[in-house]
Design a protein around this ligand. Sequence first.
Ligand code: PGA
Length: 251
Amino acid sequence: MGHSLTKPVVAGNWKLNHGPAEARSFMESFSPAKGEGTLVLFPPYLSVAAVLEARGGRPVLVGVQDIYWEASGAFTGEISAELANQAGAEVALVGHSERRHIFGETDEETARKVTASLGAGLIAMLCVGEKIDEREAGQAKAVVQRQLDAVLGHLGTEHLDRFAVAYEPVWAIGTGKTATAADASEMHVHIRSILLQRLGDGAASVPILYGGSVKPANAAELMGAKEVDGVLVGGASLDPRSFSAIWDARG
Ligand code: PGA
């Protein structure tokens, strides 16, 4: 409890990479400069303890890549927000496009997961983003609005300091195709207006991160764009040097 995300936020999603030994060696070579903003790492569940042990005094929050909304019970293979909290995790990533599109997670399920994460004292980082066919059909903003609406209807203003949104256009994830800073910014402005409309003025401080093929070479331009409060990084977060370079690019 008590953690919050100061902008800019630079988050690394390791996906299904880096077991405990690799996580420890990542942390040995990772020495981010102190300064404004928040660093977050999302290791696989089984490497969370290794990252927590290895982080020492480094200013890094540690999160899980998914949670289940029930607290406990006969749900083989799942972990709850309570359990993640007990294990020392501070953040939960919810609704990542791989959860939505490989594992069939619905908008309603992401809403339950955000509610459960906040209820257990975690910071919830909700991922939204359109697929390429949706963008080409001119539906990108409507899709993101639908994904947000499903969650915001259940979100009270009391948890705003523990809520973040990551806009990740599905066509830009792991493809090397980054949205232009202008495209990202246009969607971020749209997301900010939905947040303000639904949650009131307090939503001005909710970080909105961009994700999708972020690397050291494009991070500064993206983070400099209007309403882009940070980045969620997949591939380029696996190497401590490139992840540090992205952190240094936040300006
Ligand atoms: P990528 O992944 O940086 O490898 O495109 C981003 C993400 O899925 O969070």
